[in-house]
Ligand binder design. Structure first.
Ligand code: PEP
Length: 252
C-alpha cells in the first residue's frame, strides 16, 4: 500500500509567531477532520525544535527543508542530519529545485544527503523535475531519470521502503502553471518504472510519488485521482490554512 501524503513546503516564509499559529490551527483541523492523507509541514530550520514540541503527539510530521551532505564539522551555515535528529526531526526534503538552482546542488551530492539521513534512521523527500527548456527539447524523461537514478544509486534497498519522491517540474513551481493531470501521471508512472528498474518492483510499488508545482484547491483533486499520484508537495498554497486543508481533503 502506498502512503497518501500532502506536504507543505513553507520555504523562507512566515515569522515564528505566524508559523506557530498556522501549525497549531492545522493541528486542530487534522484532529477534527482525520484526513486520509498523512500531513507533513516543512518550516524553516529555525522553527523545527518548537514545532516538533508543539506537534509532538499530533498526526502531523514536521520535516526539514534541507540537510547538509556532510557530517558535523566545519561547514558554516549548514545543518547536519544528526543535528536535525537531535531536536526530533526525522524527515527532510532534499534536492528541491530552488536548492539546485541557487546553491548548485547536483544529483550525487543530493544522494549523499539521502545516505546520511538513512544512516540515522531518518527519511528523505527527494525532489526531481525538469526545466521548461528540457521539456521543450523533449528531454524531460532523460533529465528526471538521471536525477532519480543518481540520487538513489548508492542507497541500500532496505532503506528505500516507503521512499517519498516529489515530481516538481521547475516550470510549474510558483508560476501558477500546473502540469496537466495527464502530463503528471505520465511522469509519475515513468519515475515508478525507473525506480523499479533500479531497485525492484516492490520498492517501486511502495514509493509514494507526490506532485508539486502550483497545486491549489481547484486542481488538487484531478491530480490526486491519477493512478501514480500519491499526493502533493505544496508551496504557496500551504501557507493558507483553508487552501491547504482543502488540498489535504482532496487526497482520498
Ligand atoms: C514547491 O516549491 O515545492 C512548490 C511546489 O511550490 P508551489 O506550490 O508554490 O508551486
Amino acid at each position: 500500500m502506498r502512503r497518501k501524503i500532502v506536504a507543505g513546503n513553507w520555504k523562507m516564509n512566515l515569522t515564528f509567531q505566524e508559523a506557530k499559529e498556522l501549525a497549531l490551527r492545522l493541528n486542530t483541523w487534522v484532529k477534527a477532520n482525520k484526513p486520509t492523507a498523512e500531513v507533513i509541514i516543512a518550516p524553516t530550520h529555525l522553527y523545527l525544535e518548537q514545532l516538533n514540541k508543539d506537534l509532538k503527539n499530533s498526526h502531523i510530521t514536521v520535516a526539514s527543508q534541507n540537510v547538509s551532505a556532510m557530517e558535523n564539522g566545519a561547514y558554516t551555515g549548514d545543518v547536519s542530519a544528526e543535528q536535525l535528529l537531535s531536536i526530533g526531526t526525522k524527515m527532510s526534503i532534499v534536492g528541491h529545485s530552488e536548492r539546485r538552482a541557487y546553491h548548485y546542488e547536483q544529483d550525487k551530492y543530493i544522494g549523499k544527503k539521502i545516505t546520511h539521513l538513512y544512516e540515522l534512521g531518518m527519511s528523505p523527500i527527494l525532489c526531481v523535475g525538469e526545466k521548461l527548456e528540457d521539456r521543450d527539447a523533449g528531454k524531460h524523461f532523460d533529465v528526471v531519470q538521471e536525477q532519480v537514478t543518481v540520487a538513489l544509486e548508492r542507497q541500500k534497498e532496505e532503506d528505500l521502503k516507503n521512499l517519498i519522491v516529489a515530481y516538481e517540474p521547475v516550470w510549474a513551481i510558483g508560476t501558477g502553471k500546473t502540469a496537466s493531470p495527464d502530463q503528471a501521471q505520465e511522469m509519475h508512472a515513468f519515475i515508478r518504472k525507473t525506480i523499479g528498474a533500479q531497485h525492484g518492483i516492490s520498492i517501486a510499488n511502495s514509493t509514494s510519488i507526490l506532485y508539486g508545482g502550483s497545486v491549489n484547491p481547484g486542481n488538487a483533486r484531478d491530480l490526486f485521482e491519477q493512478y501514480d499520484i500519491d499526493g502533493g508537495l505544496v508551496g504557496g498554497a500551504s501557507l493558507k490554512l483553508e487552501d491547504f486543508t482543502t488540498i489535504i481533503s482532496a487526497n482520498k
